[in-house]
Ligand binder design. Structure first.
Ligand code: BGC
Length: 360
């Protein structure tokens, strides 16, 4: 009897100890089981899969419970996913919007429930329901693309003129204009002086923008540009592409148009360092891509979520650039860099972002 009692006491003590230990572990993790909703636009682009997976992993490691949803690039789907996150008890929302201006009503509901919202990568427009913005410096992304072109063509010294065509991203994505303005801050003076010649004459954002960032639409526009302006042997020196999904379409059109890497293939820019595009960089069909390490952004967002939940100061480093039409949204801007055929092994493989096999 005595022994049984002792065993019982021991079991109870052990159980107490374990529960204290697990509470401590939870406390250390910070998340304490708090539910966070993460709404991503689509799984059709590699980057958003990586963003979602990295954020889920980092948030879970910090002790949060994560509701991660992809919306197949459909605005209505994203709206109902966010609505569900609100009603199912998420305490913070992280949203990479599809159409930045379509979330006003659902974010008004979030605000009523006092749920802070972090706009992820893309700013959410025309609402005071967004609390913070975490992204890469979008103007700098464009600037890096412009500077790459400036350097490769030696625009500061060469006589030129060089022929260029311009592409921009989806007009419903606030980032698209930042990318374009960043690139044009470098290229416009050369266009004005005639050193860069846009043979098609198509330079305004509305004309060169590609809805929904679609590869096929970029391919069609590049086809048309080639047929109308380059069919009789006019040299094409460079194509400004804001990101990788467009750069893929542009490369397809160039290939079909008979361009050959290493001979008459133009400089083509990009962004995201998607696997297919880095393979194109290695094959000479794309000249560079902007690297935005999704691990860095995910970690920053986890820091922000933790600070919100713990009531400490949320890290931001820009409180003037991102006006969403209703308010200036306090932002954290991470630093983008470019990868090309000369540095990609250091930047992408040695950093553990990709294995050499993935790019082989
Ligand atoms: C992102 C880019 C991405 C594009 C298309 C932009 O908002 O910043 O990284 O390539 O959307 O998904």
């Amino acid at each position: 009897m005595k022994t049984t009692k002792r065993i019982l006491v021991l079991i109870v003590a052990l159980a107490c100890l374990m529960s204290v230990m697990s509470l401590a572990a939870c406390d250390k993790a910070g998340g304490k089981g708090t539910k966070v909703g993460v709404a991503m636009p689509t799984q059709s682009l590699q980057r958003w899969n990586q963003d979602g997976a990295n954020m889920k992993k980092s948030l879970e490691e910090a002790g949060f419970v994560v509701d991660l949803q992809y919306a197949n690039n459909e605005v209505a789907t994203q709206l109902s996913q966010i609505e569900n996150m609100i009603t199912s008890g998420c305490k913070v929302l992280v949203i990479a919007s599809i159409d930045g201006s379509s979330l006003g009503n659902v974010l008004a509901d979030a605000k009523k429930e006092k749920i802070p919202v972090i706009a992820y990568d893309r700013l959410i427009m025309e609402t005071d329901g967004v609390s913070y913005y975490a992204t890469f410096d979008n103007f700098k992304v464009g600037e890096l693309q412009g500077k790459f072109i400036e350097e490769k063509l030696d625009l500061k010294n060469a006589a030129g003129p060089f022929n260029i065509e311009l592409f921009a991203g989806s007009p419903d994505d606030n980032n698209a204009l930042f990318f374009f303005n960043g690139a044009m801050s470098i290229l416009q003076p050369y266009i004005d002086s005639g050193k860069l010649n846009v043979v098609s004459g198509q330079t305004d954002f509305a004309t060169i923008a590609i809805n929904e960032w679609k590869t096929e639409r970029a391919q069609n526009r590049m086809d048309d540009l080639l047929t109308a302006n380059y069919a009789t042997g006019t040299k094409l020196d460079v194509v400004l592409s804001p990101n990788d999904s467009l750069a893929l379409g542009i490369a397809n059109a160039l290939e079909q148009g008979g361009f050959v890497p290493g001979t008459n293939w133009p400089i083509v820019t990009g962004q995201d360092c998607d696997v297919a595009n880095m393979k194109n960089v290695i094959a000479g069909k794309q000249s560079m891509s902007i690297f935005k390490d999704t691990r860095t952004l995910a970690d920053k967002v986890v820091e922000m979520v933790k600070a919100i939940i713990e009531g400490t100061t949320v890290p931001v480093n820009d409180e003037k650039t991102y006006n969403n039409g209703v308010k200036v949204v306090p932002s954290f801007l991470c630093d983008p860099v470019f990868a090309d055929v000369n540095n990609y092994e250091d930047i992408l493989i040695k950093s553990g972002y990709y294995t050499a096999d993935q790019l082989a």
